[in-house]
Design a protein around this ligand. Structure first.
Ligand code: ATP
Length: 304
């Protein structure tokens, strides 16, 4: 098996803050690996070290078999990195931004216009090629940023929350591009706060406190949930959640938007406990349903 990304026992502290605490992670060639975790878990630090923008305190990183510590120049020739705040040039048009990045990456002159055309087509930005980057929508800006990242046809892509804040249509278009790249054999390491995006990856790795808690195929993740999960819909879920926090056979309770997710060791006992607590507190209007765990449920469960 050929690994495009190999990270072993990676450690990094910023003063007293331990950002990475022995992180291990691998991605095989052509894989789309989703790195998900809460704010401050160490995702950006990992990507920045892989791109050589930050030195690790210890540990090893190999990208396509090349060592980040010693072969950085070579690594830069075949990776693309799209940081959270990608710097487009607001006063340049879409096409001018692409040409600027083509210069930056020394794309040969004779290939430049072909690639530009392909990327404009790919990103559906062709009709806007003369529009200034400053005047693009959020989704278009992200697609342009990705196109600039792709100008030198990288084989390995590092994407840091590329669709955060992007509208659903642009998000779908963005993912169409990623699937196209994957079908061409590009290896993609992507961080995302969206669980529906995590589910589209070949594999998902959960990062917390600078370590990988677990990883697996999205379809296998729900099986990692320990216990039986129920969804409770009621008014004032924040107040109701507090009723379950003092033991009583409920393992965990967390608020999922306007509803509660509660777990316990077995179906019958957990259901009885929940209904008893609701009854004792005179809560009559609610709906309670046994549900399967989602990726997000497993993630919250693992972080406990
Ligand atoms: P987010 O999704 O919020 O960007 P993240 O998972 O990408 O989070 P990192 O940005 O890697 O996490 O941060 C990991 C930890 O290191 C956090 O506690 C963060 O506050 C800290 N950190 C990151 N960069 C620096 C820095 N330059 N100086 C000091 N602390 C930092």
């Amino acid at each position: 098996m050929s690994f495009d990304i190999q990270i072993s026992d990676l450690r990094k502290s910023y003063g007293k803050i331990r950002a990475l605490d022995g992180l291990n992670l691998q991605a095989v060639r052509g894989e789309m690996l989703g790195l998900i975790g809460p704010d401050g878990a160490g995702k950006t630090t990992t990507l920045r070290i892989l791109c050589g923008l930050l030195d690790a305190d210890s540990g090893d990183c190999f990208v396509n078999g090349k060592n980040v510590k010693t072969d950085l120049k070579e690594i830069h020739s075949f990776i693309g990195y799209m940081p959270q705040r990608f710097s487009l040039y607001p006063d340049l048009t879409v096409a001018e931004n692409l040409r600027f990045f083509a210069d930056l990456f020394n794309v040969p002159k004779k290939e430049r216009e072909n690639r530009l055309e392909r990327l404009l087509h790919f990103s559906k930005l062709g009709p806007f090629s003369k529009r200034k980057a400053a005047d693009l929508s959020g989704g278009m800006k992200q697609k342009l940023a990705l196109s600039c990242t792709l100008i030198h046809t990288p084989k390995i892509l590092f994407l840091d929350e590329p669709t955060t804040g992007v509208d659903p249509v642009s998000r779908r278009e963005f993912w169409d591009i990623l699937h196209e790249l994957k079908s061409e054999g590009v290896t993609i390491l992507i961080t995302t706060p969206y669980m529906d995006e995590a589910a589209k990856c070949d594999r998902v790795a959960f990062i917390h406190n600078g370590r990988i808690l677990t990883h697996g195929k999205p379809k296998d993740i729900p099986e990692m949930f320990h216990g039986q999960l129920f969804e409770l819909k009621c008014s004032n879920p924040v107040r109701v959640a507090k009723l379950f926090q003092s033991g009583r056979g409920i393992d965990s309770v967390w608020i999922f938007g306007d509803r509660l997710h509660l777990s316990g060791p077995d179906i019958k006992g957990t259901k009885e406990t929940i209904t008893a607590v609701l009854h004792e507190n005179d809560i009559q209007k609610y709906s309670l349903e046994k549900i399967s765990a989602s990726i997000e449920d497993v993630f919250v469960d693992l972080m406990k």
